[in-house]
Ligand binder design. Structure first.
Ligand SMILES: [Mg+2]
Length: 246
């Protein structure tokens, strides 16, 4: 068992924030497009959107992560391309569909229930940092919409720093802001490459949140602690006493 932490570093997407709402936001946006363009049907637009995103994302992921493209720019381009795949050349519709999508997404941002419980348990007991890979507009918006921005003593966003997990320098930025040594911190995240390998490169104890119960391949980074939910970590940290309501 690793030394108990004096500070906690947390990933955002997939760890605290449940991204499931994005599918719902895409479906609603397809309905919006079909309402404006009755020659189309929802399934066609939805399939075009999924294929477009799957092709486009690998092209621009690094640029989005390192702050060279905003979330807004990426989103608009996805809807432009989606309509083009559907043989609709309508820039105004792409723009209004994108606005609708981002509005649906904003309304849908939500924390996992165990994340709410976890944050309530650790807030005020540990210095807290969030270290998240993402664009300069997307990540602050997620923190704002879920109302958790102010509970962190450090908010480290890759797009703002021009460096991303698993680069150990982004972990060091969080440690410096909290004023703790690497060996005094635990980092909790759902991604073995970005979070676990990154934390280890920075000499920080790595907790892998394996929500889906997937098997780790031998060549992947090995966490110091593996948990299936953040509730387990509340128990491991001995925080079950005196839990406050979120
Ligand atoms: Mg994540």
């Amino acid at each position: 068992v690793p030394t108990p932490p004096k500070a906690l570093l947390l990933d955002l997407d997939g760890t605290l924030l449940d991204g499931g709402y994005l599918d719902e936001a895409a479906i609603k946006t397809c309905d919006y497009i079909v309402a404006a363009h009755p020659g189309l049907d929802r399934d066609t637009v939805l399939a075009a959107n999924a294929a477009t995103f799957a092709n486009y994302w690998p092209e621009i992921e690094d640029e989005w992560t390192l702050g060279r493209l905003t979330g807004a720019e990426v989103s608009l381009e996805v809807w432009r391309r989606t309509l083009r795949v559907c043989h609709v050349d309508d820039r105004a519709l792409a723009e209004s569909a994108d606005e609708a999508f981002r509005e649906y997404a904003r309304a849908g941002h939500c924390l996992y229930p165990d994340a709410q419980e976890f944050l309530a348990a650790v807030h005020g007991r540990f210095p807290l940092a969030v270290i998240t890979n993402g664009a300069t507009d997307s990540q602050p918006e997620k923190l704002r919409c879920t109302g958790i921005e102010s509970i962190f003593d450090a908010v480290i966003i890759s797009g703002e720093q021009g460096i991303a997990k698993p680069d150990p320098r982004i972990f060091q930025l969080a440690l410096d802001t909290l004023g703790v040594e690497p060996t005094e911190a635990w980092h909790i995240g759902d991604n073995l490459a970005a979070d676990v390998a990154g934390a280890h490169a920075a000499c920080v104890t790595a907790v892998w949140l394996n929500r889906t119960g997937r098997a780790r391949r031998p060549e992947e980074a090995e966490p110091d602690v593996e948990i299936a939910s953040l509730t387990e970590l509340i128990e491991q940290l001995g925080l079950t006493e005196g839990l406050r309501e979120p």
